[in-house]
Design a protein around this ligand. Structure first.
Ligand SMILES: [Fe+2]
Ligand SMILES: [Fe+2]
Length: 249
């Protein structure tokens, strides 16, 4: 059984492990003060300087740009409507973000399934079929987004600025999943972060699809949001079970 229960052991990361060495270390801070000429506000100045330097590089120091549609001729009429929406560039940016996130979501579930197969589950946790079903749905969402972007004349392989942002934000999640020391239950906590973000982002995509007024896309996105809500409910319950508490949501 793999739960969140931490075991007692000889953890030496805290200062209390060695009061004598801790005292000497604190004394050392007066003997060897920081050699920077001013206080920590200098760090802010360095960051501002880095931002100025970045603004002279490609894309004016931003995370990138959204390319124009590949071919207006190839755009399906109904989807062309979406391009005429209030904020077409932002829509494409967010579609690209979710596509990349869903693709990563499949890989995260694959890693989680490996963890499950290695460590086993726990009472109140998921079984293999539930994990596989969620993974399949993440893949279907990825395919849905690929289709929508293509119908809009976009290139689904583009790393949009928002896709870049989310890839950086979620880097630590995959590290948790593939770390051989983490338990299955700990990986479910990481998955909870993913599903929380996924829910809010699909909610935003549904709003943007409504603004664009493309009915088939609205319906498909509402379906994806419903599935993401189910994922979130599942993962919350599994995490609660791993911590031996009742999920009162
Ligand atoms: Fe998802
Ligand atoms: Fe999900």
């Amino acid at each position: 059984m793999s739960t969140q229960t931490a075991s007692l052991g000889f953890n030496r990361t805290g200062i209390g492990t060695s009061p004598t060495a801790a005292k000497q270390m604190i004394e050392g801070t007066s003997e060897f003060p920081p050699d920077a000429p001013r206080d920590e506000s200098v760090i802010g100045l360095v960051r501002a300087e880095s931002a100025r330097e970045a603004s002279t590089l490609g894309n004016g120091g931003t995370l990138g740009s959204v390319p124009p549609p590949m071919s207006v001729k190839g755009v399906v009429k109904t989807a062309a409507q979406a391009i005429k929406g209030a904020r077409p560039t932002q829509f494409i940016d967010k579609l690209g973000e979710r596509l990349a996130f869903e693709r990563s979501g499949v890989r995260l579930y694959e890693a989680l399934i490996s963890k499950f197969q290695t460590h086993g589950g726990f009472t109140g946790g998921p079984d293999l079929a539930q994990l596989e079903e969620n993974m399949r749905e993440e893949h279907e969402h990825f395919q849905l987004l690929t289709d929508v972007i293509t119908r809009m004349g976009g290139d689904p392989t583009v790393m949009t600025p928002s896709a870049d942002l989310h890839a950086t934000m979620t880097k630590g999640i995959m590290e948790v999943m593939v770390d051989p020391r983490t338990t299955f239950a700990q990986c479910l906590e990481a998955l909870l972060v993913v599903e929380l973000a996924d829910n809010d982002c699909w909610d935003a995509l549904v709003d943007m699809a409504r603004e664009a007024g493309d009915e088939p896309t609205i319906t498909a996105f509402e379906g994806a949001l419903k599935e993401e809500a189910d994922h979130l409910e599942d993962v919350r319950a599994w995490v609660a079970a791993a911590q031996s508490r009742t999920d009162l949501q």
